[in-house]
Design a protein around this ligand. Structure first.
Ligand code: PRP
Length: 168
């Protein structure tokens, strides 16, 4: 495996994202909705650096497909537990690939009538898009590498690595 982003680079970028979100949500309370499982590490670090009142929730989206490809069919297997109606909601994702998961999730959560709904992703692979989707806050744009670490897995391994690595 080859290092793509070190722990220090990740934390610096998260600091910048948190500052931007803190600024954009001045005077507001934020509900951060993490997308299980991959986003759990990013959500933990980001939430602790946002200087606003935050509440935390999680969703889980299962896509039916094999290997590293999303088939395009997504299902919400864990619903949010907090009421999102009238709230400022930020979906927290680890990576956007084809865009299928987030387009689906965005529609699902929009239907709960939040006051506002935005998306923050640590990683974005724009070259892999199958559907149009753009996050509001992006940590790093990357080429079409298969990456692990910092929440991201390969067959459930490597989620606990502090850096992000390219699997060769
Ligand atoms: C990954 C990632 C996103 C989704 C992005 O999750 O966390 O949720 O794939 O892919 P897409 O843009 O092509 O839809 P994964 O299904 O690997 O589950 P995990 O987070 O539990 O590892």
């Amino acid at each position: 495996m080859r290092l793509l982003f070190s722990e220090k680079q990740i934390q610096q970028r998260i600091g910048a994202l948190a500052r931007q979100i803190t600024k954009d949500y001045s005077g507001r309370e934020i509900i951060l909705v993490g997308v299980l499982k991959g986003a759990f590490v990013f959500l933990a670090d980001l939430s602790r650096r946002i200087k606003r009142p935050v509440k935390i929730d999680f969703v889980r989206a299962a896509s039916y497909g094999t290997g590293t490809c999303s088939s395009g069919k997504v299902n919400l297997t864990k619903q949010p537990e907090l009421s999102l109606k009238g709230k400022d909601v930020v979906i927290v994702e680890d990576i956007i690939d084809t865009g299928v998961t987030l387009r689906f999730l965005h529609r699902c959560l929009k239907a709960r009538r939040p006051r506002s709904l935005t998306v923050v992703t640590l990683l974005d692979k724009p070259s892999r898009r199958k559907v149009r989707f753009r996050a509001d806050y992006i940590g790093f744009e990357i080429p079409d590498y298969f990456v692990v670490g910092y929440g991201l897995d390969c067959a459930e391994e490597h989620r606990n690595l502090r850096g992000i690595y390219i699997v060769k």
